[in-house]
Design a protein around this ligand. Sequence first.
Ligand code: F6P
Length: 368
Amino acid sequence: MTRHIGVLTSGGDCPGLNACLRAITLRAVHTYGWQVSGLLDGTLGLLDNPPRSRSLTPADFGGDVFRQGGTLLGTTNRNDPFAWPMPDGSRRDRSPELIAGWRQLALDGLIAIGGDGSLAILRRLAQQGGIPLVGVPKTIDNDIAVTENAIGYDTAVSVAVEALDRLQPTAASHHRIMLLEVMGRDAGHIALYAGIAGGADIILIPEIAWRLEPLVARLAALRRGDAGRTTGSALVVVAEGARTPDGRQIRVREKSGKGRLGGIATWLGRRLADAIGAEVRVTTLGHLQRGGAPTPRDRFLAAAFGAGAVDSMAAGHYDCMIAWQNRQTVRVPLADAVASGQPVDLAGTMLRTARGLGVCFGDEPGEA
Ligand code: F6P
């Protein structure tokens, strides 16, 4: 019997999603002779009647779509269907509508490409509606437990490194301090990896509490030309989720009242300029990290995860996620993947490497 599977992308987009859709489609059609339907705009399309979907065939990927960022299917990172905000301010559980939409499509199983938040919601939905579900990890934040890498992270890091490569010469020419704010939500993976690769002098991440004094001391030393630095310039990478010394995260206000992370580099830039009397400039990379062509690494991960997810369905394994561990794809329980996030490992190689290079994290006792 021919099987007909569904696939959706959910949560914030990232480069590599189209490459994963391609891999799922090619594997399902060519290896197993299945049909594939894409659900539109994450779970949002299931709320419409009829539910919104489109068929996916190898011909859809004949061109260069897998080289492009974004997602062919659309996505959403707003609103929990179990607590949907209503115009009168109340919350409504819309999961029964989503499940009804899913049943109308009469599909045999669902592959969900999402971050930890989306995958947790989809797992709950799958359990409630009896949906055979396989997850694929994607997020530039790289904060999903039990997988060493998620689709999108490598591209985001490469964009941040390119930004540092571009900021360094202008910082040096003007003897300025350049602050670069990168995304990552509550995890500092992008900031740490890009900071190491891009030659940052200071890196601030949510996992490490910092004080202003060590930063000022380090910048003053750099400006004096200590440690061989003659340009008087400095590169500072700040994760959007890094907390102020009194423990607050800086947010951009939104109508919903919730607010989005963003603004910590500007907050810090003002204080550093006052404390040091140097010229400080702030660049916020924002959604540039989420767009553009995926790197080869992300294309590869997308392909491996996509094919792995289809194989998992063919073998009858559901309620799992395809993960990357020790240079290969493995199947892990979805429950483990959504149980917790994955912060920067404070005893790990990345942090040790950065400290070994003399990068300042603002927690150095000697520089107070
Ligand atoms: O989770 C991915 C991410 O890009 C975070 O790094 C960032 O905080 C958030 O999404 C931004 O969300 P939005 O696209 O809604 O502004």
